[in-house]
Design a binder for this molecule. Structure first.
Ligand code: MRU
Length: 344
């Protein structure tokens, strides 16, 4: 299957597809300094937990290369000082998706804490670590896809939320990755996907990806889930995750929690698919997850069109936390884990 690549890295040039323009325009933009990288993450030109982490790692390397070219780095101390500044900037972009912090921590441990003899050696090592994060994510997606596909049977109707495909990762995706893998195995399925207000990742991105892959799908608005469960035969829900606590509580795109409650009411299996690195072993429960609050304009407008009076209060959390007892299984590259969860 051919996927749309969210990130392209070739000959030290980093490009991302600008997801704010999809599905109307398919345009790759160049990420050639850290300010452009941070702006792209904050404004969701690149989004999806794994893709954010991968892009952050590669953009740290691109920025270091740029500083080296313009003679702002001439020794190891300069290299480390600048890399620390870059990692701090990246760490302030989006708070909830753990993969960003996984990439930052990994670069800190493997590069900042390492000893080098020359700047060139340090830069080459940073490149190697960033590329490993990129390549590993593709491999993780393949393995999650294999494990997730084991749950999908011929004729299954699957509901998904937000976007968890190749646009959200460096590879084929997590929940959508399992769907792609199942289709490749010849399993016939039908996907229902939510629109995912306020920024429409479902309508704009998942519908686009599914059409591109020629997978039968039906778009619904977010408030149609109960009706869908009551009136159509939905066999399972498959979603991604931005951060999972040790007890399995899962932060994912706003609206995931309501779908989980409804799935529980209608007795429909609710699956979360994510790389093992999405499990944050430093937190016991979901109450410790920081939820990103976003601009009110995102709710006051439908795309670029005003859809509410300007001066009203708005509540706009980007994610919610689904308690683990509502999650039938968490699927990672390591396997299929069932409730109760105790990730150590
Ligand atoms: O705000 P976004 O678009 O970055 O949110 C993305 C999600 O919540 C996805 O469902 C999650 O990151 C899993 S992506 C494989």
């Amino acid at each position: 299957m051919i996927y749309i690549e969210s990130i392209k890295f070739n000959k030290d040039q980093l490009y991302i597809i600008d997801q704010t323009l999809l599905p109307l325009e398919k345009k790759y933009i160049s990420i050639d300094n850290i300010e452009i990288a941070c702006e792209a993450i904050i404004n969701l030109r690149i989004r999806g937990a794994p893709a954010i982490g991968v892009m952050a790692a590669l953009s740290a390397y691109v920025e270091i290369q740029r500083l080296f070219r313009i003679n702002r780095i001439s020794n190891i101390a300069d290299f480390k000082e600048n890399l620390q500044i870059i990692l701090n900037k990246l760490g302030k972009t989006r708070p909830t998706a753990v993969n960003l912090f996984y990439a930052i921590d990994r670069i800190s441990r493997e590069v900042l804490e390492n000893h080098y003899l020359t700047v060139e050696e340090a830069i080459n090592h940073l490149k190697k670590v960033a590329i490993s994060i990129y390549e590993e994510d593709k491999e993780l997606c393949n393995r999650i896809g294999e494990n997730g596909a084991k749950l999908i049977f011929d004729g299954a109707n699957i509901l998904t939320h937000c976007n968890t495909g190749s646009l959200a990762t460096a590879g084929r995706g997590t929940a959508l990755g399992a769907i792609y893998t199942a289709v490749e195995k010849g399993i016939k399925i039908h996907v229902y996907n939510t629109e995912t207000r306020p920024l429409l990742q479902g309508a704009r991105l998942t519908s686009f990806e599914l059409a591109y892959a020629n997978i039968p799908n039906t778009l619904i608005t977010d408030n149609m889930v109960a009706s869908l469960f009551a009136n159509k035969k939905i066999d399972m829900v498959m979603v991604g995750a931005d951060r999972i606590a040790k007890n399995g509580d899962t932060a994912n795109k706003i609206g995931t929690y309501s779908i989980a409650i409804l799935a529980n009411y209608f007795n429909i299996p609710f699956y979360v698919l994510a790389p093992y690195t999405t499990i944050d072993k430093s937190i016991k429960t979901g109450s410790e997850i920081v939820i990103e609050q976003r601009k009110k304009e995102e709710v006051l407008r439908f795309l670029n069109c005003k859809s509410a009076p300007e001066n009203i209060d708005v509540y706009n959390p980007a994610f919610d936390v689904t308690p683990s007892h509502l999650i039938t299984a968490i699927i990672t590259e390591e396997g299929i884990f069932r409730y109760p969860y105790n990730f150590e």
